[in-house]
Design a protein around this ligand. Sequence first.
Ligand SMILES: [Zn+2]
Ligand SMILES: [Zn+2]
Length: 208
Amino acid sequence: MSVSIRFVTVGKWETNAYQLEVNGESVIIDPGDEFEKLEDSFRSGSSVIKYILNTHGHFDHIGAVNEYKKRYNIPFYLHGKDKMILRQSNLMRKFAGIDGFIKIPEIDHVFEEFESIPVGGDQIRVHHTPGHTPGSVTFEIDNMLISGDLFFHDEIGRFDLPGGNEKKLKESINYILDNYKDYKIYPGHGEPFVLDDNVINDIKNLIE
Ligand SMILES: [Zn+2]
Ligand SMILES: [Zn+2]
């Protein structure tokens, strides 16, 4: 089994977009902006791209979804509770100082409870981890967690944006800290990091 991940940072908000590759198949996660830049970096893998999976529907994570859908004819997956957030993307982009309007992508599949997504003979497990947005999810494969904005580098994510909920965010973070020690977190912004004892302690202190 060979699982590899690469990321590229795109757009004004420096969002991490990921390509997760498993045995010749891959998924694109959070293609936030700058489609051509993503294409240049991700196409160097020779895998067949199967889906676009989003950790959540925020404006800075969805900017290149339609271009991926069009170029590869692949479906876009999102949690149903982020439909509203997705619809507000152009308003949010305007507030965030990003120029131009985007066409809001159609959701082709909403994640179900405890869903697993098959890729390259393996499974990506989908965990509902709300708080940053109502429909935020974390993807698990091997010893990796692609968390979206649940974490920002080795800090907790924001809960002050539309749809955020502090209590839920802390519950979701505790769930991850309690069950995924020594996993590597690939956050929505900033460098990946490992959930070792020190990091777990630091984050627990932050959310007390
Ligand atoms: Zn976000
Ligand atoms: Zn973000």
